[in-house]
Design a protein around this ligand. Structure first.
Ligand code: PLP
Length: 359
């Protein structure tokens, strides 16, 4: 049976990315050696890193003066590296979920943290609006896609301070105005590569402004100077990331990724809104994520949640269980998700409705 992979992360990747990476693990560039057993300083690997950086810049239209880094530690380590490198006195954070909260918690160890707004009181089911960002902060931190709650900031905000964004789960799903940010980061395992590599886009001239000592490995400048090779980088995930970047380019770039994301999201949200048995959990429809589509059983069908999970699983749906803090279902539809898989989930919802209601 075909599996439809709606996992939230690590998650679906284009089939050819997996095949090409598997091939390189068996034999890298016809060298007779595995990608896993070569030196990261081998002359064949440098071009992999260089091309990945170049494609990052090209696909996201990154202006001059920014560096692209591939690091370890996940987005979670960035929660601490961000304030280490950028927070001198005061930073503003938008609290849109658990990941934002974790980022804020780390920042509090480095300076004053202003929570400009929060939707915690409503289980983060919307993105706060109409708040003020103090003019004297070092940066304003946002989480553009809230993987757990299915809310997303689908454009770049207009604020008068430099922004920093956790884009772990929506990078490469839309064009970004990188010039508004001094740093954009994320774990690669949602939309780019297998787990193990973290991408960081950093504005060079925004560095070197804090007065504290920054430990070598936590200092972005170290990794800029070392070209992401200060220590051994995660070679296999970087190779896979390169394959994904090539795939995105060949498919038409981020504008095409956005078009597909909008199409998939409309299909599924239309069904959620139409189907009597389900309701979306995001209260402001403008905030609905294209990447993580969250829904629950309508109150009168609450008892059928486990039944629908079983029904869908039997039909090849994988990873649609909602995060425990939201419940219900979450269909993650990252870049590699096909329309056919989304349709297969919709078919399940419609069949289930036919079985349990008198339409
Ligand atoms: C998954 C996720 C994280 C955590 O990433 P790690 O690489 O596991 O540390 C952080 N932020 C967001 C938005 C995520 O989706």
């Amino acid at each position: 049976m075909k599996k439809h992979n709606f996992n939230a992360g690590p998650s679906i990747l284009p089939r050819e990315v997996i095949e090409k990476t598997a091939q390189a693990i068996l034999d890298f560039n016809g060298s007779g050696l595995s990608l896993m057993e070569i030196s990261h300083r081998a002359k064949d690997f440098q071009p992999v890193l260089d091309e990945a950086v170049a494609l990052f810049k090209e696909l996201l239209n990154i202006p001059e003066g920014y560096s692209v880094l591939f690091l370890g530690g996940g987005a979670s380590l960035e929660f601490c590296m961000i304030p280490y490198n950028f927070l001198e006195k005061k930073a503003a954070y938008l609290n849109t979920g658990v990941w934002a909260k974790k980022a804020m918690k780390e920042a509090k160890g480095f300076g004053e943290v202003v929570e400009v707004a929060s939707s915690a009181e409503a289980t983060y089911s919307y993105i706060p609006k109409n708040y003020e960002v103090p003019a004297d902060v070092d940066y304003f931190h946002v989480t553009t896609n809230n993987t757990i709650y299915g809310t997303e900031l689908k454009g770049d905000l207009d604020v008068n301070v430099p922004m920093i964004a956790d884009m772990s789960s929506d990078i490469f799903s839309r064009p970004i105005d990188v010039s508004k940010y001094i740093c954009i980061y994320g774990g690669a395992q949602k939309n780019l590569a297998p787990a193990g590599v973290t991408f960081v886009i950093v504005k060079d001239e925004a560095l070197g402004k804090v007065s504290r000592y920054i430990p070598t490995m936590l200092n972005y400048q170290t990794h800029i100077d070392g070209g992401s090779m200060f220590n051994t980088p995660p070679v296999v995930p970087i190779y896979a990331a390169l394959q994904t970047l090539r795939w995105i380019k060949a498919e038409g770039g981020v504008a095409e990724m956005e078009r597909r994301a909008i199409e998939r999201a409309e299909m599924l949200y239309n069904e959620i809104d139409r189907n009597k048995m389900f309701v979306g959990t995001v209260t402001d429809k403008d905030d609905r994520s294209r990447m993580n589509i969250c829904f629950v059983m309508a109150p009168e069908y609450k008892d059928l949640e486990a039944d629908f999970m079983k029904f869908a699983t039997e039909r090849g749906m994988v990873g649609i269980k909602g995060h425990r803090s939201v419940g219900g279902f979450r269909a993650s539809c990252y870049n590699a998700m096909s329309k056919e898989s989304v349709q297969a989930l919709i078919d399940c919802m419609q069949e289930f409705e036919k079985q349990h209601t008198d339409l």
